[in-house]
Design a binder for this molecule. Structure first.
Ligand code: BGC
Length: 762
């Protein structure tokens, strides 16, 4: 074992020197030119042995609080290019010191970590952040995550996760930015910018990873790791655009997906990793496998052993192997035996070194806490609070029961397993999140109302999954004694995330029964639901007066929820994914195809109304479910406000334009209420006729606008014909002349519509 403290004096001296040099050089010479980077990559490659190049391609899991001898030896011997899961700055600095001072070529390490939605200060889960529809917010959240993580020496995160997710059963929908390619593209790019800043080499920025390339979100039946079958046209039009956007935003790396795409697992998928990524998109960053996913090619049944797996992965274009040794054990002999070309290794090592140079690691391999904001800074907590505030979606608000009127309430009952659960509100993928920093809804409400309102709290259920109703009597009694009830329902964080899929996505345990019993008290009932996915809420929606859907809102979820409950701020989140009525509707998403038999309200029948011996053709021969209809419970883009908004005068600058031109879509938005609030204005388009069938609506723009009471603003969107491009039958990107419909409004179900025509060459 090598002690993590050896060489401490050296490191301190070195840090001081490096920091002085860095600060001076960063002022005089902010970034090294890309040509310089290319030169440095090729100079370094020219000095490296084959074994050292292969060493760069290995990422080793550390996980422990000390440095194992084998790890120190590996780093010293140039057999490790990256480590992951080490967040002790002393250990990281010592590993870097060994790499820089004791390995032959002094190549620093990439230090990877899943910093998915915050480090110690936790932002809402990514799906919640997507509900803000606010790229600035998302960028800021990632920026905070980056500088907190950077204090430990982490220089590379495995985020953003931009898998299009149309299946709420899939536990990893929590980590995603939702179902829509445009929203996920804009927010994913913002997240990349937040982690990486303008200059990857600047202090406090870390390299981002767009993952999982590609199609992981389409896992069959929402079961994690399951097979995906995505036709190439759908892959290109739906699943790939966010990755393209992340690359345009400068993302440093991509991670392959665990999933099997149309028979070829993503980690061996040459079409994805070479043809699309390198040839079509010119990506020059690094591609890392997912955890052990090279060796898993054998388990998939694609290869017979690790050696064959190494061949498949390197040929496909995986540069670095995360936690596995197929590359380390086999690449050298595969080259010697002439089974693979040495160029593959040169390319892979070059891609890895390029990222290291871009990160400025050769100039500044060490971290120094003192030069970064402290963990949980005022800025970090304020960002987390604002993100949580904007992420909450008000799904219903019957009779304007919300906001609660603090002036007229004497008592309030807080009931449920998630009212005071500091860990659970952080959500999934929180390795470093600190629950002791969480402010829970109960704490925040108590501190907000002080002595003015009597607050009672009954947990009622041990967990969200508790089936017994033993705790309900106390909850009903508390509700009976209170002027209003807030139920804190949902799922704990463990119920979503990787490998945590559910087949039944209703509120678990006896929660629906708790709702029924509380409803029977006759008191106003508000449900605040924290969850990692859209849930089917059909069995509770009519038994509560209002629903605030808060996702897993992170460290500052409590104050955000309290502010919304009492009207200090208005809800402004909008759904980034469709909420089904029942799980059998899944996948259900707004940008579906029309089909040849689209349903309309007057063509559907309901199972309860079918007469005995009803003739086959009597029920409406259209695309609907007899028991669920064809609409969701809450559509994509939905989210209510305490203010009321009207949309008027939807106008286009022209109704006819040529390919290559733009038009301006404008709408007047009026706040007809005395309440100041944000509204997210959404622009949708339909291309009526296409070379391949086009979705019934596609989001093409959105803007979060703040309106004072009674304020009227004109909102404009620029729409270029390139924004209407799609992949056609020959898999080429085209924009076709023809008719288009345009909608603007407050959700994907808006009906404020107009249209235009693109005229093209005859
Ligand atoms: C996940 C990745 C993650 C990696 C490292 C894998 O199991 O699929 O998303 O980045 O582990 O923790």
């Amino acid at each position: 074992m090598t002690s993590g403290t050896s060489g401490t004096t050296n490191i301190v001296a070195c840090l001081a020197l490096v920091f002085t040099l860095f600060m001076n050089s960063s002022v005089a010479n902010p970034t090294r030119a890309e040509t310089d980077v290319e030169q440095r990559v090729s100079d370094l490659l020219a000095q490296m042995t084959l074994a050292e190049k292969i060493g760069q391609m290995a990422q080793v899991n550390v996980g422990d609080s000390y440095i194992h001898d084998y790890l120190a030896e590996g780093v010293r011997g140039g057999r490790v290019g990256s480590v992951l899961n080490v967040v002790d700055p002393d250990i990281v600095n010592e590993l870097q010191r060994i790499a820089v001072e004791e390995s032959r070529l002094g190549i620093p390490l990439l230090v990877g970590r899943d910093v998915i939605h915050g480090f110690k200060t936790v932002m809402p889960i990514p799906l919640g952040q997507a509900a803000t529809w606010n790229p600035d917010m998302v960028r800021e959240g990632a920026h905070v995550a980056a500088y907190e993580a950077a204090t430990t020496g982490v220089n590379w995160t495995f985020a953003p996760m931009i898998d299009i997710s149309r299946d709420p059963r899939w536990g990893r929908i929590a980590e995603s930015l939702g179902e829509d390619p445009h929203l996920a593209s804009v927010l994913g790019a913002a997240m990349v910018q937040g982690y990486q800043g303008d200059d990857l080499a600047a202090i406090g920025t870390i390299a981002a990873t767009a993952k999982h390339f590609a199609g992981y979100g389409a896992s069959e039946s929402g079961r994690d790791y399951s097979t995906t079958n995505i036709p190439e046209n759908e892959l290109r039009n739906v699943y790939l655009p966010p990755f393209r956007a992340a690359i345009e935003a400068g993302v440093a790396s991509l991670m392959t997906s665990f999933s099997d795409l149309d028979g070829v697992p993503a980690t061996a998928n040459e079409f994805l990793l070479r043809q699309v990524l390198r040839d079509e998109w010119d990506f020059d960053g690094l591609v890392v496998s997912d955890w052990d996913s090279i060796r898993q090619l054998q388990i998939h049944g694609l290869t017979a052993n690790d050696r064959e797996s190494a061949v498949e992965a390197i040929r496909a274009g995986v540069d670095m192997e995360m936690h596995g040794d197929a590359y380390l054990n086999h690449l050298e002999s595969l080259i010697e035996d002439g089974k693979i070309d040495a160029d593959f290794v040169d390319q892979a090592a070059g891609n890895i070194l390029r990222v290291k140079f871009r990160l400025g690691l050769f100039e500044r391999p060490y971290t120094d806490r003192a030069i970064l904001p402290p963990i949980g800074s005022e800025h970090a907590l304020a960002t987390a609070r604002r993100a949580a505030l904007q992420s909450v979606v008000m799904l219903t608000n019957e009779h304007h029961v919300l906001p609660l009127d603090a002036g007229s309430l004497e008592s309030i009952a807080l009931i449920g397993p998630l009212a005071d659960a500091p860990y659970e509100q952080l959500g999934t993928w929180i390795f470093d999140g600190d629950p002791s920093m969480s402010v829970t809804p109960r704490q925040a409400i108590e501190s907000l109302v002080g002595d003015d309102i009597e607050v009672s709290y009954v947990r009622a259920m041990k967990t969200s999954r508790t089936r017994t109703t033993d705790g309900f009597a106390a909850a009903v009694a508390a509700a009976g004694d209170a002027d209003a009830v807030v139920l804190f329902l949902g799922e704990e964080s463990i119920l979503s995330g990787e490998a945590h899929s559910r087949a039944d996505i209703s509120l678990p345990g006896a929660q629906a029964e708790l709702v029924r019993q509380i409803r029977a008290t006759g008191k106003p009932v508000v449900a605040v639901i924290q969850a990692g996915r859209p849930l089917t809420l059909t069995n509770i929606v009519d038994n509560v007066d209002a629903i605030l859907f808060a996702w897993h809102p992170g460290t500052m979820g409590g104050p955000a929820i309290a502010d919304l409950l009492f009207g200090i701020a208005s809800p402004s989140g909008k759904l980034p994914a469709t909420f089904p009525r029942m799980v059998g509707q899944v996948p259900i998403y707004y940008n579906q195809k029309n089909t040849g038999k689209p349903p309309t309200p007057d063509t559907i029948a309901h199972i309860d109304d079918i007469d005995p011996h009803a003739p086959q053709l009597s029920l409406g021969m259209t695309a609907f479910h007899l028991d669920a209809g064809y609409t969701p419970l809450f559509p994509f883009g939905h989210g209510l406000s305490y203010a009321s908004f009207e949309y008027e005068n939807l106008r286009l600058s022209t109704t006819e334009l040529n390919l290559g031109e733009s038009l301006t879509v404008s709408v007047e938005l009026l706040n007809t209420s005395p309440i100041a609030a944000h509204e997210v204005v959404q622009l949708y388009v339909r291309d009526l006729v296409g070379n391949v069938t086009r979705p019934v609506k596609e989001l093409k723009g959105f803007r979060r606008i703040y309106l004072e009471p009674e304020e009227r603003v004109t909102v404009e969107f620029e729409l270029h014909t390139d924004d209407l491009a799609f992949y056609g039958r020959d898999m080429r990107l085209i924009t076709e002349p023809g008719e288009f419909h345009v909608w603007v409004g407050s959700s994907s179900e808006t009906d404020l519509m107009t249209g235009f025509r693109i005229v093209g060459p005859d």
